[in-house]
Design a protein around this ligand. Structure first.
Ligand code: C2E
Ligand code: MG
Ligand code: MG
Ligand code: MG
Length: 285
């Protein structure tokens, strides 16, 4: 997607290709200041679409950083850096605040679209996290089922007992939980079976490779079967064309997300897309 979004001509900065500790520290300093301001960090929203009905089942919130000098910096660049420090905590609070406020706006407009927020394992394991999230829901009045948290299989590696306790508390409070990037980590089937999650997202690398690789197609099929056997809904990430849609529908995948439907976009553009999509559906169906 970098190529597509680069078409707008924005400059890219990537400290991973910089290898310089000083510039990494500078990035962290800039990010810390960006969290305190209101104009550099924003969320883009990407729809998730039911393969059975075509309806929008939710939106994933993805952070965007417009750096005053460096231009657009993508999350794959700064999230891992932020995760290596405690800066991930205020950053996540900021994202949650924006996402929950947006979900509240959609709910009040009569189009309650659940919003999914990506959560670093480090935040999940933060002692104050559960209270913070429920505090935010209480303060904004957003029903818990309209917030979804996406976590990765790495929770199983970090501190499995504590992760399980926190996930149970969130889930018992009505928040829905999703396993992101499924297939890229090292999760134990035994552990997965005990996680109180509602959804499994198949990583886009498998979805994109499945058209040309028998092995990847088998992995996608297996992930769908596993999810369904555990009573989970399955989302395919990185769905870019009609062929992928057809193949996933054939395999019984529940939900698709990807450029085929829409790229992540600012809330105003999402609203426009949503209206057009809904209008197209009533004609079609
Ligand atoms: P993710 O959660 O797996 O999000 C999906 C990524 O795939 C997004 O990249 C999205 O723009 C991209 N994508 C969506 N559809 C397609 C498609 O059809 N083709 C291709 N090639 N890509 C597609 P993005 O926005 O650059 O985010 C990258 C990762 O950064 C996310 O992966 C997530 O792990 C992390 N991230 C993003 N926002 C946040 C955040 O607020 N907090 C945390 N902790 N992590 C975040
Ligand atoms: Mg995600
Ligand atoms: Mg993912
Ligand atoms: Mg990812």
């Amino acid at each position: 997607h970098l190529a597509k979004e680069q078409a707008s001509g924005v400059q890219q900065y990537d400290p991973a290709h910089d290898g310089n500790t000083a510039s990494r520290l500078e990035l962290l300093g800039d990010l810390r200041r960006a969290i305190g301001t209101d104009d550099q960090l924003s969320l883009h929203y990407q729809p998730k679409v039911s393969l059975a009905t075509g309806r929008v089942t939710g939106a994933e919130a993805l952070i965007r950083w417009q750096h005053p000098q460096r231009g657009r910096v993508f999350p794959d660049v700064f999230i891992p850096t932020a995760e290596s420090t405690s800066l991930i905590h205020p950053l996540t609070s900021h994202v949650l605040e924006l996402a929950v406020r947006q979900a509240k706006i959609w709910a009040q407009r009569g189009t309650p679209i659940p919003v999914a927020v990506n959560l670093s394992t480090r935040c999940l394991l933060d002692p104050g996290f559960t209270a913070q999230v429920f505090g935010l829901l209480y303060r904004t009045g957003l029903p818990a089922h309209l917030l979804k948290l996406e976590i990765t299989e790495s929770v199983a590696m970090a501190d499995p007992d504590r992760a399980l306790t926190v996930l149970r508390a969130l889930h018992d409070g009505g928040i829905s939980l999703s396993i992101d990037d499924f297939g890229t980590g090292h999760s134990s089937m035994t552990y997965l079976q005990h996680l109180p999650v509602d959804e499994l997202k198949i990583d886009k690398s498998f979805v994109q490779a499945m058209a040309n690789s028998h092995g990847d197609a088998v992995l996608v099929r297996t992930a769908i079967t596993l999810a369904h056997n555990l009573g989970l809904s399955v989302v395919a990430e990185g769905v870019e064309d009609e062929a992928a849609v057809a193949a996933l529908r054939e395999l019984g995948c529940d939900v698709a997300q990807g450029y085929h439907y829409a790229r992540p976009m600012p809330a105003a553009d999402f609203d426009e897309w949503f209206t057009a999509h809904a209008a197209g559906m009533s004609v079609d169906a």
